[in-house]
Design a protein around this ligand. Structure first.
Ligand code: PGA
Ligand code: ZN
Length: 427
């Protein structure tokens, strides 16, 4: 049974305040969860509450969300069974009472939802991935590692937000992490030798001032080879265009220096060309969050060859995902717990995707903490893919380290690393 629910204000990886919630159960378990936060947030996401008090943290304080947990949510949950996650999440949604969770705040709700799950697992004496995924949960995710940060996550000229390496040829998650780290360091040296700065962006990837996506992709392929891996067969590439960020007045502006506008069909042609020239297995948010028509064209043109992931498009929301499934928009969903605000709704989104033959990619946010719940979530759902940043900065490496710990615990004969089979287009 839940004995107490306590929230406090802590810092995230960008130095902004966020919500931490600790849940204590009558079994003596106390577990804490911390809430992440995005920068390139979608318009249809659940809303995390910020105080707006300019005298504290430049308005970004979360004392109201903390207060909502301590004064409203906590008392309502005390005495409930911590293992009744669905019932608890339903209670949270009812207490908030708004469709986008803006009343108490999605950050308040999510902190409680995740902390309850963590405390329930500890109370039952099982690891979180097994508590949520059952005894057969043994599939580690293939990571998409964001080694070049652009868009809203960095200061360079690159409009595309993320250029990621995907170790599809690795045999285990530990091999995948080593491969990623080796390429990350090789890339740092290549950038340095070419006279670029090697500072990192919000997700721990380099943020060089590159002129075009072509330049970034060519550099990545070169780097993969230099690090001793075969591009495509051993290490593939994934993109997050985060194109909503460069979509204005019905037009895309994908190039920064001498900028000229693209319509959806021209964007699709741009991606088609990139996929022919580079070993790209996945493109996220290739088109904007409400460009449903464009997404249909993109999916018709590239869907059989490339994974097309909806992040801002679907926002981990079952209703938006169902529309996409009906209309043939995308073939995969990015899954971010704070886009929807409760664990149950997150698990429902993954299940809806899998039932429709869509892949699911469990994801961090650009603002993260040391919380590693998403690593367990990736194994629990058997999603087969995770997006959790570069191979530097503890907010990112904590997730990789947790995945390696899970693999170790499962043992070499049980832990499965899906490699190429994680991607429909490669199988
Ligand atoms: P965000 O970026 O957390 O800033 O939204 C991550 C992404 O777009 O996938
Ligand atoms: Zn994204």
């Amino acid at each position: 049974l839940i004995e107490s629910v306590r929230a406090r204000e802590v810092l995230d990886s960008r130095g902004n305040p966020t919500v931490a919630v600790a849940v204590a159960t009558s079994f003596g378990a106390v577990e804490e969860a911390m809430v992440p936060s995005g920068a390139s947030t979608g318009a249809h996401e659940a809303v995390g509450k910020r105080d707006g008090d300019k005298k504290r943290y430049n308005g970004k304080g979360v004392l109201q969300a903390v207060g909502a947990v301590n004064e409203i949510i906590g008392p309502a949950l005390e005495g409930l069974d911590a293992t009744s996650q669905r019932e608890i999440d339903r209670t949270l949604i009812e207490l908030d009472g708004t469709p986008n969770k803006a009343n108490l705040g999605a950050n308040a709700l999510l902190g409680v939802s995740l902390a309850v799950a963590r405390a329930a697992a500890i109370s039952l004496g099982v690891p979180l991935y097994r508590y949520l995924g059952g005894p057969s949960a043994a599939t580690l995710p293939v990571p998409m590692m964001n080694v070049i940060n652009g868009g809203k996550h960095a200061e360079g000229a690159l409009q595309f937000q993320e250029c990621m390496i995907v170790p599809v040829g690795a045999a285990t998650i530990a091999d995948a992490v080593r491969c990623g780290a080796e390429i990350f360091h090789t890339l740092g040296k290549m950038l340095h030798d070419a006279g670029h700065q090697t500072l990192v962006g919000d997700e721990g990837g380099y943020a060089p001032k590159l002129d075009s996506i072509d330049e970034a992709l060519a550099l990545l392929v070169q780097t993969i080879e230099k690090a001793g891996y075969r591009p495509g067969t051993e290490v593939a590439i994934a993109l997050d265009a985060a194109s909503t960020e460069f979509y204005r007045d019905g037009t895309y502006w994908p190039h920064k220096p001498d900028d000229h506008p693209f319509d959806a069909a021209q964007m699709v042609a741009l991606y088609d060309g990139l996929c022919k020239n580079y070993p790209i297995v996945s493109i996220e948010d290739g088109l904007a969050e409400d460009d449903w028509e464009g997404w249909q064209l993109l999916t018709k043109t590239l869907g059989a060859r490339v994974q097309l992931v909806g992040d801002d498009l679907f926002v981990t929301n079952v209703e938006r995902l169902q529309r996409g499934i009906r209309e043939g928009s995308g073939n995969a969903i990015l899954v971010k717990v704070n886009q929807i605000g409760t664990l149950t709704e997150t698990l429902d989104a993954v299940e809806t995707a899998h039932k429709a033959g869509y892949r699911a990619v469990i994801s961090h946010r650009s603002g993260e903490t040391e919380d590693t719940t998403i690593s367990d979530l990736a194994v629990a759902t058997g999603a087969g893919q995770i997006k959790t940043g570069s191979l530097a900065r503890s907010d990112r490496t904590a997730k990789y380290n947790r995945l390696m710990a899970i693999a170790e615990e499962l043992g070499a004969s049980t832990a499965r690393y899906p490699g190429r089979s994680a991607f429909a287009a490669l199988t």
